[in-house]
Design a protein around this ligand. Sequence first.
Ligand code: APR
Length: 249
Amino acid sequence: MQQDRHHTDMVAARRIVVLTGAGISAESGIRTFRASDGLWEDHKVEDVATPEGFAANPVAVHQFYNDRRRLLLNASIRPNPAHTALARLEHSVIDLPGHDFLLITQNIDNLHERAGSRALVHMHGELLKMRCEQSGLSFDIREDLMLDTCCRCCREPGNLRPDVVWFGEIPLSMAKITKALTQCDLFIAIGTSGNVYPAAGFFELAREHGAHTVELNLESTNADFDEHICGPASTVVPDYVERLLSSAN
Ligand code: APR
């Protein structure tokens, strides 16, 4: 039995921050990274998810993200009840006086948007965006990004990269994220192994500022959250959101 300091029901959850990882999209058919069938089992991080890897072999890196983009755009890949429940939670609280909501995702898929989430930051970037390294401008992309793809700003090939955050690069929206973490009273981490910083440290910053911290995961990561709820996201997240909304009324 996981040690639960106290349950969410006793928490007046008004300012909520949610952090999601690859586990929330697993039941939608998108691979996670560190499971036995994870992406990092058949790709070396340094080859496909670092600036050095891109400089050394841009074709291989484009292929890695083109394969993931094609899968994401496959009709079979859809938001699951966990994504939908988070959108419902946002819509239920965001307009209430004294309430606030922010969804931080480490995922580069667009399943949160497709489920209706709007108060959302992609701290590791987005698979359906590409960025010109000369102008810094981002553009939507739904087809393969190739070496000879021309950007609309420079009108020449060779300046484009996936608009994702690689290892060694600074995650996006950190000022907004840090502000939300220091002001929230409930921090919920869903489907993340807590292996990668700064995301892995978010729950500690939130707790230092008085938040109740909850982890929802297939299995406990044993990180020092106040509360651990184990099970598949598509089951435990809707149940948890229901509990939150019923205790709010
Ligand atoms: N329901 C809930 N949790 C699940 C499910 C599921 N169906 N399936 C897997 N999980 C959990 C696993 O137990 C694990 O804790 O999701 C987590 C996935 O962990 P990782 O594969 O490490 O993914 P993540 O935590 O998102 O990785 C963080 O690392 O490689 C970088 O940039 C990449 O954003 C990624 C970051």
